[in-house]
Design a protein around this ligand. Structure first.
Ligand code: UDP
Length: 449
C-alpha cells in the first residue's frame, strides 16, 4: 500500500471563493513538493454530499452575504453552544449515513478540511466507522483575524491558523496547543514563485525602502499599461467585486486629481502624479459603469497637456489572473477585509486601506491590519479617498507601512502547511485496503457524486 498515491480528501463548501482557492493552493504546493505522492478529491461537502436544504448552503450564503443583518444573525446562531449543539445533533441524525457512504466511496487516506462547517460531521462519521485512528484529519483555517467556533474541533490532529487571535480562539475552543500550527494563510502559486523578491535581492546595494520603490517601478515597466513614475493605487473588492467599488473608485480618482493639482502648485516640476487600477472581479456592472465613466472623463478633458499631467490615469479590469503582478506594481491597495487579498497584499508589501468587511468572519481582519500598522479602515468613499490622498502625499509613511507589511507577509506558509501535513500523513496507515463487507455494498454514494 505504501507505493500507491495517498488519497487526500479536501472538504470545502463554496460559500465565498476562498475555501476552494485555498484547497487548490494546498493541492498545487503538495504536488510541487511531493510529485505523484497524493491523489486529490476536492469536495463541496454540503452541495455534493447532502440533501436539501443543507445542499443549498452555497446559495443561501450568497443571499445572506448581501444582507449583513441576516448574515450576522445566522453567524451568531451558530456561535451559541446550545443552538450549535442542537443543529449538530439534527444534521448528524439526518446526514450521517450519506456522509459515511460518500467517504466509503472515496476511501480517503487523509482528510483536510478548509471550511468552518466540515469538522464535526466527518469527524463523527470517521469515528463511528472505526477508522478515525487510521486517517489523519487536519483543519486549515482560511480566516485571518477571527474565526467562527465551528472551525475548531479538539479531535482534529492538526489545526492551522494564521494569526495569534485565531490561535487563542482555537485554544479557547478546546484545541490542544500542541496541535495548533501557525504559518500563515495558504496562497496561490503566484505568491510563492516570488520573482519580485529575487529581483529585489539583485538590488541589495540599495536600502530597503529604495528597493521596494525600485521593484514597483520595474513591475510597472513590465506590465506595460502603467506609467513608471506615477504613484499607483489598486482598488479591488474580492472575487465578486463587492463593497461599492464604483463609488469608491470615482471618489479616489477625483480626490487624486485634486491632490495632483494642489501639489503641482506647490512644487511644479517634480510633483507626483497618480494612477488607479480598479479590478472589478466578476462584477460586470461595476466594470461597465467605470469603463463608461473613464471614457467620459477622457472626452471631457481631451488631451490638453496641462490637465493630462495632473489627471489621474484610470484602468478598469474585470476578473484578472495576475493579481500578484498588479499588487507588485502598487503603492497602496483599497479592498474590503477579505483574508485572501490581505494575505496577498502583505506578501507583496502593499499598505492596505480597508473599505469594509463582511460581519462575522471578516470583522477580525480589521484590527489585524490596523494593529499591525500595515493599514487603516475608513468608512465611506469620501473618507477613504481623503485618507488615501494623505498616504499618497507622504511617501515616507507609505514606505514604513510597506516594510511592515512585507515583514508580516508569509510567502512560505503554503509550503510549511504542506510539509506538516505530509509528515502527519506518513504516521497514519490510511484507509483500510480491505473494507468490511457492508461498507462495500453501501459504497454507492448518493446524489451527484
Ligand atoms: N482575485 C483574483 N482576480 C480578481 C479578483 C480577485 O484573482 O479579479 C482573487 C484575489 O487575489 C484573492 C481572492 O480572489 O485571492 C479574493 O479573496 P478574498 O478573501 O479577499 O475575498 P472573497 O472573494 O473570498 O470574499
Amino acid at each position: 500500500a505504501a507505493s500507491r498515491p495517498r488519497r487526500a480528501l479536501l472538504l470545502i463548501s463554496d460559500t465565498g471563493g476562498g475555501h476552494r482557492a485555498s484547497a487548490y493552493a494546498i493541492r498545487d504546493a503538495m504536488n510541487e513538493l511531493y510529485p505523484g505522492a497524493f491523489e486529490w478529491f476536492i469536495v463541496d461537502m454540503w452541495a455534493e454530499w447532502t440533501l436539501w436544504p443543507f445542499s443549498s448552503m452555497p446559495q443561501s450564503y450568497q443571499f445572506l452575504a448581501k444582507n449583513p443583518p441576516l448574515w450576522r444573525a445566522t453567524y451568531c446562531y451558530g456561535s451559541f453552544p446550545l443552538t450549535r449543539r442542537l443543529t449538530e445533533e439534527v444534521t448528524n441524525a439526518i446526514l450521517h449515513d450519506r456522509i459515511r457512504a460518500a467517504i466509503n466511496c472515496i476511501r480517503p487516506d487523509l482528510v483536510i478540511s478548509l471550511h468552518p462547517l466540515t469538522q464535526m460531521l466527518p469527524l463523527r462519521v470517521l469515528k463511528k466507522m472505526g477508522i478515525r485512528e487510521r486517517i489523519p484529519f487536519v483543519t486549515v483555517v482560511t480566516d485571518l483575524g477571527g474565526a467562527h467556533a465551528t472551525w475548531f474541533d479538539p479531535d482534529a490532529d492538526l489545526v492551522f491558523v494564521a494569526s495569534d487571535a485565531v490561535r487563542q480562539l482555537a485554544i479557547r475552543c478546546g484545541v490542544h496547543p500542541e496541535r495548533i500550527r501557525q504559518h500563515g494563510l495558504p496562497v496561490r502559486p503566484e505568491f510563492w514563485a516570488d520573482a519580485e523578491r529575487n529581483y529585489e535581492s539583485e538590488l541589495e546595494s540599495l536600502n530597503r525602502a529604495q528597493r521596494i520603490l525600485e521593484s514597483r517601478r520595474a513591475w510597472r515597466r513590465r506590465l506595460g499599461f502603467l506609467a513608471e513614475h506615477r504613484r499607483t493605487v489598486l482598488i479591488v473588492g474580492g472575487g465578486d467585486g463587492v463593497g461599492g467599488l464604483t463609488r469608491i473608485a470615482r471618489a479616489v480618482v477625483e480626490r487624486l486629481d485634486a491632490l495632483a493639482t494642489e501639489l503641482r502648485a506647490q512644487s511644479p516640476p517634480a510633483s507626483p502624479q497618480f494612477q488607479v487600477i480598479v479590478v472589478c472581479g466578476r462584477n460586470e456592472r461595476a466594470r461597465n459603469e467605470l469603463t463608461r465613466w473613464a471614457r467620459e472623463r477622457q472626452s471631457r478633458h481631451g488631451d490638453n497637456a496641462h490637465t493630462t499631467e495632473t489627471r489621474t490615469n484610470l484602468t478598469v479590469f474585470g476578473f484578472v489572473s495576475n493579481m500578484g503582478e498588479l499588487m507588485a506594481a502598487a503603492d497602496a491597495i483599497v479592498t474590503k477585509a477579505g483574508p485572501g487579498t490581505i494575505a496577498e497584499a502583505l506578501i507583496r508589501g502593499v499598505p492596505i486601506m480597508l473599505s469594509g468587511f463582511l460581519p462575522g468572519q471578516e470583522e477580525g481582519n480589521v484590527p489585524f491590519v490596523v494593529n499591525h500598522g500595515v493599514g487603516e479602515y475608513h468608512q465611506g468613499p469620501v473618507a477613504i479617498a481623503n485618507r488615501l490622498a494623505e498616504w499618497l502625499a507622504d511617501e515616507t509613511l507609505l514606505l514604513r507601512m510597506a516594510i511592515r507589511a512585507r515583514d508580516l507577509g508569509k510567502p512560505l506558509a503554503t509550503y510549511e502547511i504542506c510539509q506538516d501535513i505530509a509528515e502527519l500523513a506518513q504516521r497514519f496507515p490510511g484507509y483500510p485496503d480491505t473494507p468490511n463487507e457492508s461498507d462495500t455494498i453501501m459504497g454507492q454514494a448518493p446524489g451527484n457524486m
